[in-house]
Ligand binder design. Structure first.
Ligand code: NDP
Length: 470
């Protein structure tokens, strides 16, 4: 008997919370999990929401429970498991039914799956969901890719479960095939950069200044009332205030300093390089996570290298400078992320709406911040050179804050404190404000050893060669 509006496969952390969110919004949802014992316990623990949950022990049961045209969300581990679920599910679906991958898929997989399923008569939607467990349960930011008419069929449910920003749902159809998953990947790349820059500022205060985690937490809480207001600054303040119940020490001090990564930051960098882009703040953040994993090397380095390092503590970095440095670097990270979205949109013919993308990131997602209103405003207005750093609002803020970033990077370097993401943000900014840079020398070198040719400032064309004395 068809009684559910939508199906959901995968009752892990994200799937279970998303199913409860859908049920709470009044849509009956049929749920299935590979390990079927999870299904009954999930429904048993759902309280009154159980009335809107239909347990499906098999894909055949799920198909029977859904009102046609059927729509099934897959929320399982990305990669092979998604293909496996699609293959097992397909025989129970009819042409025109909709399969929605809501995990963190590689957008290349989404493009492949969308084309293959379309050829078989199914509709496939790649849906990026951000906000972690809490977002999935109470309102994530949702980035959708796929055929527009497929989205129309599910938009009522998607927009009902999404986070809201001033009554507007943080969910949108952004483009065909892999557009939604690509935007989600870049969202995560910006998240990597922002987290890394926050960690670098923490490092300056902790290792450079010797301040306690609690007092640094108070500073972040204070900054969260100003232009740095954001989810990541807010949770940083909370993390730094937390105490380990077992040891009574600051929680951050008992956590191993090797950062994990599941791949979305790396994918952002790989796809950027393929598109001729270089989001250096994101690259720096991915690199810093990899370096953090080299724990044994760093411990040996602390003994062998520090002895030879003429480290100077340098002048003290002012709190106000750190706040403004973080603001400038955050703007540059967003600018690099959006430049990448723009390049992908052109390459894949997506016509991504960048203003709308910024709008759906204003609530529910991990990189939500007060800057996103200005970012969407910048994309709706005149944007010289197409870059956020040249939008009038950001030219002003950067003008007020880059000098602080300069001091923070310089003083950290003197003190021997690593700030790879902050430094790369500054170098990007300094490169973008040089109408004539140093690449003429690179071109000359390339021509010298490889006769690659170059363009001249005073003539048309690009096949010129230098008088290299050959
Ligand atoms: P979990 O590890 O909590 O759950 C994984 C789910 O995948 C389980 O239901 C598991 O079933 C199922 N699964 C794994 N392998 C297979 C397979 N071969 N066939 C069928 N089902 C399988 O993962 P999350 O809920 O954290 O993540 C799910 C997706 O959401 C991932 O793509 C993740 O990247 C993405 N995501 C996660 C976020 C987070 O904060 N956790 C945020 C945004 C997106 P079983 O119980 O049988 O093992």
């Amino acid at each position: 008997m068809a009684e559910a509006r939508i199906g959901l496969v995968g009752l892990g952390v994200m799937g279970a919370n998303l199913a409860l969110n859908i049920a709470e919004k009044g849509f009956p949802v049929a749920v299935h999990n590979r390990t079927t014992s999870v299904i009954d316990s999930f429904i048993a623990d759902a309280g009154p929401l159980a009335d809107n949950l239909v347990g499906a022990e098999s894909y055949a049961d799920m198909a029977a429970a859904l009102t046609p045209p059927r729509a099934v969300i897959i929320m399982v581990k990305a990669g092979g498991p998604v293909d496996a679920v699609i293959e097992d599910l397909k025989p129970h679906l009819d042409k025109g039914d909709i399969i929605i991958d809501a995990g963190n898929a590689d957008f290349n997989d989404t493009r492949r799956r969308e084309a293959a399923l379309r050829a078989e008569g199914f509709r496939f939607v790649g849906m990026g969901v951000s906000g972690g467990e809490e977002g999935a349960r109470h309102g994530p930011s949702i980035m959708v890719g796929g055929a527009e008419e497929a989205y129309s069929a599910i938009s009522e449910i998607v927009e009902a479960i999404a986070a809201r920003y001033q009554d507007s749902p943080c969910a949108a159809h952004l483009g065909p095939d892999g557009a939604g998953h690509f935007v989600k990947t870049v969202h995560n790349g910006i998240e990597y950069a922002d987290m890394q820059m926050i960690a670098e500022v923490y490092g300056i205060l902790r290792m450079g200044d010797g301040r306690s985690p609690e007092s640094i937490g108070e500073l972040f809480a204070d900054w969260n009332q100003g232009p740095l207001q954001s989810y990541l600054v807010e949770i940083t303040a909370k993390v730094l205030a937390a105490t380990d119940p077992e040891t009574g020490k600051s929680m951050v001090d008992v956590i191993l300093d090797s950062a994990g990564q599941k791949g979305t930051g790396r994918w952002t960098v790989i796809e950027a390089l393929k598109l001729g882009q270089s989001p250096s703040t994101i690259e720096a953040a991915v690199a810093a996570r990899s370096w953090s994993a080299a724990k044994a090397l760093r411990e040996t380095g602390e003994t062998l290298l520090a002895a030879h390092d003429a480290k100077d503590t340098g002048p003290k970095v002012l709190d106000g400078d750190l706040e403004r440095a973080l603001l400038a670097a955050r703007i540059i990270a967003y600018a690099q992320g959006f430049a990448l979205l723009s390049a992908a949109s052109e390459e894949f013919d997506w016509t991504l709406d960048l203003a709308r993308t910024a709008e759906i990131w204003r609530a529910g997602c991990i990189i939500r911040s007060s800057l996103l209103d200005d970012i969407s405003g910048a994309f709706r207005g005149e944007l010289p050179g197409g870059s956020l750093i040249l939008a009038p609002a950001f030219v002003r803020i950067l003008g007020d804050s880059v000098s602080a970033l300069r001091r923070v990077v310089a003083q950290s370097s003197v003190a021997g404190l690593p700030v790879p993401a902050l430094a790369s943000a500054l170098s990007y900014y300094d490169t973008m404000r040089l109408g004539r840079g140093t690449a003429a020398l690179i071109q000359a070198q390339r021509d010298f050893f490889g006769a690659h040719g170059f363009g001249r400032v005073d003539k048309e064309g690009d096949g010129f060669h230098g008088p290299w004395g050959l």
